[in-house]
Design a protein around this ligand. Structure first.
Ligand SMILES: Cc1cc2nc3c(=O)[nH]c(=O)nc-3n(C[C@H](O)[C@H](O)[C@H](O)COP(=O)(O)OP(=O)(O)OC[C@H]3O[C@@H](n4cnc5c(N)ncnc54)[C@H](O)[C@@H]3O)c2cc1C
Length: 413
């Protein structure tokens, strides 16, 4: 840091790094505890206030909708911005038989899609109204120094913040996680996902399709007003070639790839994301904790990254509030150890299972292609397996921990 920069010192109870969906949700979950929270983000104020469409349609479980309700955020999302998912149909290649997931009753959807930029916008607007929460935008963390009683965070503008606990929600490629010496297992799938919206001739009736084809995986997600979101996954080198095509040639190739599901016209820009999943060896360090993608960087195929992010934010906020109510130290080792244990138990099996399923379903080897066809057909007839998968969608990973054991006759006595 240059000596000409201002050297302001500020003190908070908690400093959150990252004003993405996880960081903002966590700060809101602490509202009413009386703790002073500072949130830092490197994006400018206008970028945080008016996030632009990024292609992501986030499938929210019922548990996540309930959490957003408790944060007083859900009611700010207009009904036009919420698209219900009624049936999820998983198919193997051109086969018309596969696995259908439906909700327990027709009156409630399996999940609800809300665009990522809408979630970010409403959380940001709610944080502006929150007492005791302060946003510091256009600031990058350039150093982080844990000490016995607090942690110091140094910002690019020269300011130094001190807090009893620093919570990092600074993305799956978290720089502060590295700076704190926490190793993370990263898995690069060598594939890239491209997303865009389309209009279709056929109505979708709230049905999402996911099909595994030769060299590609395609998901079609139902959105309001008859639109759909296309999620195309290809090996990265192949996707690079596709993305260099001009609009007309890109659209022609997409039309060919989506042909089995009818005619569609692209109505948005295209956005791409390399598929790299991340799981750190620890979620905590002295006076430091990870939440959101910084803690668990899920493969998007099971649509659970933000759902798990909300769960982690709620778990940590509750433990901190409990410690504060007892008059204890909110950054104490025991508080962080409990968070570590709970969040790992809730997420690790799901993270590993997702990566394994993706490997099976994207393999081009003939025995695996035959095996997955058989697995999908059998799963469609296996009631306990289907109810478990459905519960993952409606309730979320952690909430079905008990149900999973029950469904397979392994319930705790
Ligand atoms: C294609 C795709 C589809 C998805 N679909 C779903 C779905 O259906 N359901 C679901 O639950 N999840 C889904 N997800 C996952 C979901 O989008 C993420 O889990 C979620 O956005 C992560 O939020 P976050 O706040 O942890 O991180 P981010 O959104 O990455 O935010 C991190 C923030 O930290 C800031 N930051 C980073 N470093 C610094 C620094 N050094 N200093 C200051 N600020 C910093 C950044 O500017 C940013 O604002 C999907 C993801 C993808 C890629």
């Amino acid at each position: 840091m240059s000596s000409s920069k201002p050297q302001t010192q500020r003190r908070f109870d908690i400093v959150v790094i990252g004003a993405g969906p996880a960081g903002l949700s966590f700060a809101l979950a602490l509202e009413g505890t009386g703790m002073r929270v500072g949130i830092i983000d490197r994006q400018r104020l206008d970028q945080l206030a008016q996030p632009s469409f990024d292609g992501r349609e986030i499938a929210l479980t019922h548990a996540s909708v309930e959490r957003l309700r408790r944060l007083n955020v859900w009611s700010s999302i207009s009904s036009e911005e919420i698209s219900p998912l009624r049936v999820a149909r998983v198919l193997n290649g051109a086969s018309s038989e596969g696995l259908d997931l439906r909700p327990a009753t027709d009156t409630m959807p399996l999940a609800r899609f809300v665009s990522n930029h809408v979630i970010r916008r409403v959380l940001y607007e709610r944080v502006l109204q929150a007492r005791d929460v302060e946003l510091l935008c256009g600031e990058r963390v350039i150093a982080i120094r844990p000490a016995v009683h607090d942690t110091e965070v140094e910002l690019s503008g020269g300011m130094r913040l001190r807090a009893s606990l620093v919570v990092a929600a600074d993305s799956r490629f978290s720089e502060t996680r590295t700076a704190m010496g926490i190793p993370a297992r990263m898995r690069d799938f060598g594939r890239t996902m491209t997303l865009f919206r389309v209009e279709c001739d056929e109505p979708h009736h709230g049905v999402a399709y996911e099909w595994f084809d030769y060299g590609q995986t395609v998901a079609l997600l139902p959105l309001n007003e008859g639109r759909r979101s296309v999620v195309l996954t290809l090996p990265t080198h192949e996707m690079r070639r596709l993305l260099t095509l001009d609009d007309a040639r890109f659209d022609r190739e997409i039309e060919r790839r989506l042909a089995p599901r009818g005619r569609m016209r692209r109505i948005s820009e295209r956005f791409s994301y390399p598929i790299i999943t991340v799981y750190p060896s620890r979620f905590t360090a002295p006076r430091y904790a990870l939440i959101g993608d910084a803690a668990v960087g899920m493969h998007p195929v099971t649509a659970h990254g933000f759902n798990l992010g909300l769960l982690g934010a709620a778990t940590l906020a509750q433990l901190i509030a409990d410690a504060a109510a007892r008059g204890g130290d909110i950054g104490a080792t025991e508080v962080l150890a409990t968070y570590e244990r709970k969040h790992r138990r809730a997420t690790l099996p799901f993270y590993l299972a997702t990566n394994t399923i993706v490997s099976l379903y994207t393999s081009e080897e003939l025995p695996l292609r035959i095996a997955r066809d058989a697995i999908l057909r059998l799963s469609d007839r296996a009631a306990p397996f289907k109810s478990l998968l459905t519960a993952f969608l409606t309730r979320g990973a952690a909430e079905v921990e008990g149900l999973g054991r029950g469904a397979w006759g392994l319930g705790r006595r």
